[in-house]
Write a protein that binds this ligand. Structure first.
Ligand SMILES: *Cc1c(COP(=O)(O)O)cnc(C)c1O
Length: 357
């Protein structure tokens, strides 16, 4: 088989030829959004695509969700907005971090909406004669947003507010009293602040029930296959990792594997060395805890994850050049590694050959 040629006739590396792959399941993504849209009831269901679509690729995510009917997208910064380029027809984008002075030129050039978070941001937008905007109010998280007092003080008079929003601190703990208290505080504000729509729920908030859906929901994690709260079932894994076996060896009984010699073979053990490591986002928390899959057989990680390599104990059927899937179902992988499901997604490195199925 001849290798592909780049400019100048030199052989070139295509994504398919890379020794670690990320397969992104576009059907699963859309299916997750449809489930969340259904659970949102009459509310519109948007999509948080900050941090490059939680590491999966924001442009690809937006294209697929917009084609499925999603209209409202959220990024953190104007740099992320710019990186998205031209949005699909009908899609609108809100920039969650609002407008610093340095953002104003981009923000005023349109067409995206800032989410105004502070009195200074509101003043800046008003003085500049900015157009439609969103407003974030803090109802108990003490992160971004105007205080409820500021929101009803007259500060917002004269703004064309599209969406009034707030963010839940503990939606992943359904019994936490802060949920109901934030909802009540937000409902009270919704009656006093003139906005076209209201929005409170992230992924986990959608699972708190219809009272939290307001006019627009803003899921992120659940779109990408995370389980946002206990009992949130039916969400499909979107990102799958595979890595190729670079070498196979046998560790004799009593011999160690990897940095720090932290894992020792109890019996002669076939070890496959895979082309993936913590520089790919497969972090040290998986050391001797994660596993790969060889045709359904569980292959435990043996010892520490290296920067670019990973040793797993494999059956005899596995040989050099084979591809193994790295178990990466988010709730279980989070449990194994001690990382959050969010970190597991946003940390995925840039070295994978990526393809959407
Ligand atoms: C990130 C974010 C979301 C999405 O949160 P998930 O927990 O990923 O569903 C929604 N709203 C705001 C304001 C956010 O910052």
């Amino acid at each position: 088989m001849s290798s592909p040629r780049g400019s100048g006739g030199r052989p070139t590396v295509t994504p398919d030829a890379l020794p670690a792959r990320l397969t992104l399941d576009g059907r699963a993504l859309v299916q997750n959004w449809r489930l969340l849209a259904r659970l949102s009831g009459p509310a519109a269901c948007g999509a948080a695509v900050k941090a490059d679509g939680y590491g999966l690729g924001a442009r690809d995510v937006v294209a697929r969700l917009a084609a499925a009917g999603c209209r409202d997208f959220f990024v953190a910064t104007w740099g992320e907005a710019e990186a998205l380029g031209q949005l699909p027809d009908g899609a609108v984008l809100s920039v969650l971090h609002g407008v610093r002075e340095a953002d104003m030129a981009l923000a005023l050039a349109g067409p995206h909406r800032p989410v105004l978070n502070s009195a200074a941001q509101v003043a800046r937008w008003k003085v500049a004669g900015g157009g439609a905007c969103d407003v974030m109010v803090d109802t108990g998280m003490n992160r971004l947003g105007l205080t409820p007092e500021e929101a009803v003080s007259g500060l917002l008079d004269g703004l064309a507010i599209e969406t009034l929003m707030s963010h839940l601190a503990c939606a992943d703990e359904p019994a936490h009293p802060l949920n109901a208290s934030q909802r009540a505080a937000f409902a009270a504000l919704g009656e006093r602040v003139p906005a076209r729509r209201t929005s409170l729920a992230n992924s986990a908030g959608i699972f708190l029930g219809a009272d939290y859906a307001c006019d627009l929901t803003r899921p992120g994690l659940a779109l990408y296959g995370g389980r946002p709260a206990p009992g949130a079932e039916g969400l499909a894994q979107v990102a799958r990792i595979e890595a190729q076996v670079l070498q196979v060896r046998t560790a004799d009984a009593g011999t160690p594997v990897g940095y720090g010699a932290t894992w020792t073979a109890e019996r002669p053990t076939r070890i496959a060395v895979l082309n993936i490591g913590y520089a790919d986002g497969y972090l040290r928390g998986f050391s001797s805890r994660g596993h790969a899959l060889a045709g359904g057989v569980r292959c435990p990680v043996a010892g520490r994850v290296s920067m670019d390599l990973l040793a797993v104990a494999v059956p005899d059927t596995v040989g050099e050049g084979d591809w193994l899937e790295i178990a990466y179902a988010l709730p279980e992988a989070a449990e194994q590694s001690g990382l959050s499901q969010y970190e597991l997604l946003t940390g995925l490195g840039r070295r994978y050959g990526r393809r959407w199925s």
